[in-house]
Write a protein that binds this ligand. Structure first.
Ligand code: ADP
Ligand code: MG
Length: 263
């Protein structure tokens, strides 16, 4: 077998897919530039390494079930002056993830809570971690439907492990819908099980004071908040909806308090 063919067959057998694909190009370049053997090999392995990293990230991003992909760089901090830039910078270091701390984004609709949660998930995945995004509603209905019986019997079920596995769990839209007793119980179990073990990024349009209503029971709400907030960062966003920004600009929406505006 000619050398080149044998090389390809070695690379394929070793599943060095990218190196196999770029071998000729690298050989040609090495010949043209008279690169030393070590450099040629280094370049070829680097290409394989890079391709694997990209593939791994892309797989993890798909597994994360993000509703959309938006990054921190795409977030206009100037539009939300109530957000402390340093806090976002600190979150971007992923220190919270290494310390299994939680991050909670609070604020009215459209202020960028989900965007920031998604962006943190992308940061985590790009740093090599696993992440999983789920709405509070889907999470609870999934756990309740699968766990109903198990929870009533006080067992920790397999289904719960889906939400315990990822390094980062994003729970979006907590509080849009109130939970019944079983919903509150499974949510409590999940938060307890991840407590000090894995980070939760949570978004909610309800302030902590209203969580008693969300869980239908102030005692369980207190127990959940206790664990959730013990090691956590809260980002309280008090601003306007980004969704309305362009409509406002186009004059389709009157600015608030127009009548009382002296100008
Ligand atoms: P929330 O979850 O708080 O209701 P989203 O995060 O879904 O709001 O934001 C609504 C839309 O506006 C999304 O498309 C998001 O990317 C965009 N958005 C919100 N705030 C900003 C911002 N400050 N800079 C850029 N885009 C933003
Ligand atoms: Mg949202």
């Amino acid at each position: 077998m000619p050398t080149l063919e044998r090389l390809h067959s070695h690379l394929q057998a070793l599943t060095l897919t990218e190196a196999d694909a770029v071998l000729e190009a690298h050989l040609e370049r090495a010949a043209q530039e008279q690169r030393p053997y070590a450099e040629f090999l280094d370049d070829l392995l680097q290409a394989e390494h890079d391709a694997r990293r990209v593939r791994r990230i892309s797989t993890r991003l798909n597994l994360a079930h993000l509703p959309y992909r938006k990054t921190l760089a795409q977030f206009d901090l100037a539009f939300q002056p109530s957000i402390d830039k340093r806090q976002i910078k600190d979150l971007q270091t992923l220190r919270f993830l290494h310390e299994a701390n939680n991050v909670i984004f609070l604020g009215p609709p459209g202020v960028g809570k989900t965007h920031l949660a998604v962006a943190l998930a992308i940061e985590a995945v790009e740093a090599g971690h696993s992440a999983y995004f789920v709405t509070a509603h889907d999470l609870v209905s999934d756990l309740v439907s699968d766990l109903g019986q198990a929870t009533r019997e006080g067992r920790l079920d397999r289904r719960l492990r889906v939400y315990l596995g990822p390094k980062l769990l994003i729970i979006d839209e907590m509080g849009y819908l109130p939970l019944d007793d079983l919903g509150a119980t499974v949510f409590f179990q999940l938060v307890s099980a991840r407590y000090e073990r894995g980070s939760i990024v949570l978004t909610s349009n309800k302030s902590y004071a209203d969580w008693g209503m969300v869980f239908g029971d102030p005692i369980i709400a207190t127990a959940i908040l206790d664990r959730l907030l013990h090691h956590s960062n809260t980002v309280n966003i008090r601003g306007e909806s980004y969704r309305l920004k362009d409509r406002k600009k186009a004059g389709l929406l009157a600015p608030p308090h127009k009548e009382t505006d002296p100008n």
